[in-house]
Write a protein that binds this ligand. Structure first.
Ligand code: HEC
Length: 154
């Protein structure tokens, strides 16, 4: 009986491992799909802000989009599970360190996005379009482009 149980265990354990890794693959690919939507949403928020500034439209909406981006900066740390790259993704391997954790520098860049987005919201609330436009340029450079140039590939 014991022998039979052992035999079963020996059979089951590798299968279990396979099921786990399959689930992990599925989770990762779902997360990568979600990440694409998440990124596109960020892009739309930024585009909306630029259009609103250009045509001096709703300040309230400029603030809302800025707040959304500030909130999404922290969420950035969740949408890059270890090794989630390849396929259509433009994510680069340097996002993770050797242990598979998000690299310090990547986290710093997500932090910069948060800082610049919050500053943007503060300035937007003051209502001066010239200053808002200026901060949007800084935000796009320090809060978006600086990460893309290091961690987003072709
Ligand atoms: C901490 C790093 C980081 C920051 C900060 C960041 N991004 Fe990204 N972004 C990425 C990476 C990495 C990808 C590629 C993800 C992928 O393809 O899996 C990406 C993809 C995108 C995409 C999708 C385009 C494409 O490649 O399909 C858009 C749009 C985008 N980002 C906009 C923004 C905007 C707007 C900001 C600033 C408000 C921003 N990002 C800030 C890392 C960042």
């Amino acid at each position: 009986m014991i022998k039979l149980m052992m035999a079963c265990l020996i059979l089951i354990l590798p299968l279990q491992g396979m099921a786990d890794s399959k689930t992990a693959d599925k989770d990762r690919s779902a997360m990568m799909k979600y990440r694409q939507l998440f990124m596109e949403t960020k892009g739309k928020h930024a585009k909306a802000i630029k259009l609103l500034i250009k045509h001096k439209l709703s300040l309230d909406h400029i603030v809302s989009h800025g707040e959304a981006l500030a909130a999404m900066a922290e969420d950035m740390l969740v949408v890059f599970p270890t090794g989630s790259m390849g396929g259509k993704s433009r994510a680069m391997g340097d996002i993770w360190d050797e242990q598979g954790n998000l690299s310090q520098d990547f986290k710093k860049k997500a932090q910069a996005m948060q800082v610049e987005a919050s500053l943007f919201v503060d300035i937007a609330k003051q209502g001066n379009y010239r200053k808002i436009k200026k901060q949007m340029v800084v935000f796009a450079n320090k809060g978006c482009r600086s990460c893309h140039s290091d961690y987003r590939g072709e």
